[in-house]
Design a protein around this ligand. Structure first.
Ligand code: TRP
Length: 333
């Protein structure tokens, strides 16, 4: 029965679009979760406001991210996928939870410390209470499991502390969520810096990252400029991080194992190899891009998906919010 499935909640910021590392490392596996769990995927545009955004870009990216998730295979009738700002319960619960969170706890968050250093001219209160809004996201939906990366572990722990604190006062209101580290897929490194994971934060060099929405010419260009080494053998080896990374990407994209990938390029030069990896990636993500383009052309269809999902999210969130409001003593109507 639907209601017996565990609930997975995940939030993603619309500020950086998913890249090949995100996809092969995690997102690809997410799609498989939608049959076994009740999945709620929230595009957390409200969190993005903690850093200055260009409104036009934010609006465009948010919608693109939703389309991209659907293009990757998330079924918008099976999962709930929606914008945080469309469900006012997030802000309403966040306020209540703010009153059950201590300044000291928020001050200890390493991400707050890092972000305040990075944005020294805009250390706003939203940046400080960011983890409370995140806790509200999760608790509103009775989430059992929250897939996160290492960087969100501390926020997740705080969410549990807040929920436990609240439950200790008011009874069993919130489900205490667990962090969930899904099966890790391939570990993809940067093309320009193959010693480090492909990651948005080192976005300085655009050739380092292949985005899922990059067009073929740009993908080929990025692979052609990928760092290899001074040798000429296409071989997987710890002293060849660049070549090894390209082999990993090729094997994931072409659906072969590393040995098969190595033998496919035996005696071939790096130039041929890099071109072939680029082409394999283009083929691999072509179905995603073409579904994305279809969605991009069909505004009415996407609007209908957004409306339907908003409604489902609001219904779920509304039930919890009303329960919490009653517990804390908001007057009844
Ligand atoms: N803070 C998360 C990140 O930057 C995004 C996020 C917001 C989130 N709300 C969430 C993740 C709820 C999981 C659950 O990655």
């Amino acid at each position: 029965m639907e209601s017996e499935k565990k609930i997975i909640f995940s939030g993603m910021q619309p500020t950086g679009m998913p890249h090949l590392g995100n996809y092969l490392g995690a997102l690809k596996n997410w799609v498989a979760l939608q049959d076994d769990y009740r999945c709620v995927y929230c595009i957390v545009d409200m969190h993005s406001l903690t850093v200055r955004q260009d409104p036009l870009v934010l609006r465009k990216r948010s919608r693109e991210l939703l389309q991209l998730y659907i293009a990757m295979g998330l079924d918008p009738e099976k999962v709930i996928i929606y914008f945080q700002s469309h469900v006012s319960g997030h802000a309403e619960l966040a306020w209540i939870l703010n009153c059950f969170t201590y300044m000291g706890e928020l001050g200890r968050m390493t991400q707050f410390k890092e972000k305040s250093q990075k944005n020294a001219d805009n250390i706003n209160a939203g940046l400080f209470t960011y983890p409370v809004l995140m806790a509200a996201d999760i608790l509103l939906y009775n989430a059992d499991l929250v897939p996160i990366g290492e960087d969100q572990r501390q926020h997740m722990e705080l969410c549990r502390d807040i929920a436990i604190r609240f439950n200790n006062i008011y009874g069993d209101v919130f489900t205490i969520p667990e962090p969930y580290f899904p099966k890790i897929g391939a570990r993809i490194m940067g093309l320009a810096e193959p010693e480090k994971k492909m990651s948005k934060s080192d976005g300085a060099n655009e050739n380092n990252i292949v985005y899922l929405l990059d067009r073929p010419e740009s993908i080929i260009k990025k692979f052609k400029s990928a760092v290899t080494d001074s040798g000429h053998e296409v071989k997987y080896s710890p002293d060849k991080p660049g070549v090894s990374n390209l082999l990993t990407i090729y094997s994931a994209a072409a659906g072969v194992d590393i040995k098969q990938a190595e033998s496919a390029f035996e005696g071939k030069g790096y130039g041929v190899f890099k071109q072939a990896v680029g082409e394999a990636v283009i083929e691999f993500i072509k179905p995603i891009q073409s579904r994305f383009d279809d969605l991009n052309r069909d505004k009415a269809y996407v609007d209908a998906i957004i409306r339907a999902n908003d409604e489902r999210a609001n219904a779920m969130a509304g039930r919890m919010l009303r329960r919490v409001q009653k517990k804390v003593g908001y007057p009844a109507v």
